[in-house]
Design a protein around this ligand. Structure first.
Ligand SMILES: Nc1ncnc2c1ncn2[C@@H]1O[C@H](COP(=O)(O)OP(=O)(O)OP(=O)(O)O)[C@@H](O)[C@H]1O
Ligand SMILES: [Mg+2]
Length: 425
């Protein structure tokens, strides 16, 4: 990945190697559309992210088709107006509390002298076909974990000679209705769905480093309606889970506990929230009364007491489920927290104290400078998804799914800087 700046001369790269892709992350609070430039089928540069709040999604699931379609239409207009790209096909990122992880194996006989990429495609297709599914269950990913040639494990079987190719896979499934609904809203907005991914896989790629994934890293993407939990170790996916609780529940508990409006509770959470009263210098200090519009006075201690109980609840559920899946967290494992709620003051320290392992807040691995705001945890899944889509595009031939609507020049990047700058004022 190279740094993006106004002096980059994109015209030195042969045009045929460049492609543009768009990815849309469907979150419980916001839908975001990210556009990236790929070079030789790899992520090259982020070109922009537009996003909108949407009321039609509950715990990661589309519950109001019309509201989601309307939001997607708005995003498509903004992609043209702000980023200068017209989008016709998208990769979609979803999370779902009913995500299920299966282990599966498959085998094919090798016809030629050596193993080809077609043999790899065949054995993965065999793994997909052989997967027994429940009613209303659909496959989201078939991830190869280990290939075996003539019974012997190999990292890359292509070019090896052998008569038998086996694969051990991890298969992720979600309810079929989740996929059908994504397809419906995209079609209604005039979009073709290129592929659907489990969003946290992209987030993991964006906010962790290969060494962390090798040693073992637990990702907690704490969003608005879900907490996505993914663990990788030895570069293999060990665990996936979606807890259907996130920052929205913090806001609701504050609104109930402080007897104030939801909007007031949201502002108090962001401006005055602390993960635990133990981190406050003065818990009895009153919260600025102008944030409460006439409700009874409240203290920082009261606010953080409520937040602490909700955070503890999420962590309790997530860690218990991990434990029952037989996964222990020990050194040299580490934890990365990201998503909008990871921005809560004191949350990193709170989790580190509880789990006694290094915890860091995950920022997308983008070049510093122009996209500092897109690197924020609230956009990790948006950026991660477009990075993931760049490298996991199953399309057989590169296609322009995103068309530039204006002449490519440095003004595009200037415009983006203005957009991100103004957006967060
Ligand atoms: N500084 C902050 N402190 C605490 N919470 C924050 C802060 N900034 C944003 N949030 C919370 O982050 C949440 C939004 O996070 P995010 O955008 O990652 O969710 P999402 O991707 O739309 O939803 P999900 O992934 O849960 O389906 C909201 O609940 C918001 O209140
Ligand atoms: Mg999210």
């Amino acid at each position: 990945m190279r740094a993006m700046n106004a002096s980059d001369n994109y015209m030195t790269v042969p045009e045929e190697n460049i492609n543009y892709i768009a990815a849309m992350d469907i979150g419980s609070n916001k839908i975001s559309l990210s556009i990236a430039q790929t070079l030789d089928g790899r992520f090259d540069a982020l070109l922009g992210v537009v996003h909108h709040q949407c009321q039609g999604i509950t715990s990661g699931r589309i519950t109001n088709l019309e509201a989601v379609t309307a939001t997607i239409r708005k995003l498509l207009c903004e992609a043209v107006e702000i980023i200068g790209f017209s989008v016709t096909e998208v990769f979609i990122g979803i999370t779902d509390p009913e995500i299920a992880v299966h282990r599966n194996t498959a085998m094919v006989a090798v016809g030629g002298d050596s193993i080809t990429s077609e043999d790899i495609a065949d054995v993965l297709e065999a793994a997909e076909t052989a997967m027994p599914l429940r009613e209303n269950e659909a496959i989201l990913h078939v991830i190869p974990e280990q290939f075996l040639v003539n019974g012997h494990p190999v990292d890359d079987p292509v070019g090896r000679s052998g008569v038998r190719l086996d694969v051990e896979t991890t298969v992720l499934t979600v309810p079929r209705s989740s996929i059908v609904n994504v397809d419906r809203v995209c079609r209604a907005a005039g979009l073709t769905v290129r592929d659907i991914f489990f969003s946290p896989l992209g987030t993991l790629q964006a906010v962790t480093h290969p060494r962390q994934r090798q040693l073992g890293v637990l990702l907690l993407d704490i969003g608005a309606g879900t907490t996505d939990v993914v663990m990788m170790e030895g570069d293999r996916l060990r665990y996936c889970d979606v807890v259907p609780i996130g920052g929205q529940s913090f806001t609701e508990s504050l609104a109930n506990g402080l007897r104030c409006l939801r909007e007031e509770a949201e502002t108090i959470k962001i401006k005055c929230g602390m993960a635990s009263p133990a981190y406050l210098n003065n818990p009895d200090l009153a919260v600025d009364s102008s944030l409460l519009c006439g409700s009874a006075p409240v203290t920082y201690g009261q606010v953080s007491h409520i937040l602490e109980s909700r955070i503890s609840e999420i962590l309790h559920i997530a860690l218990n489920r991990l434990h029952y899946a037989g996964i222990g967290l020990t050194a040299p494992h580490s934890i990365v927290i990201t998503g909008g709620t990871a921005q809560l003051n004191g949350l990193r320290a709170f989790i580190q104290e509880l789990i006694e392992l290094p915890v860091e807040v995950g920022f997308a691995n983008l070049p510093a400078g122009m996209f500092d705001l897109a690197r924020q945890p609230v956009f990790s899944s948006s950026v991660g998804l477009v990075m993931y889509a760049s490298t996991h595009d199953q399309g057989h031939s590169p296609r322009m799914t995103v068309q530039m609507t204006e002449k490519k020049n440095n003004n595009v990047f200037k415009k983006l800087a203005d957009f991100f700058g103004g957006f967060f004022d």
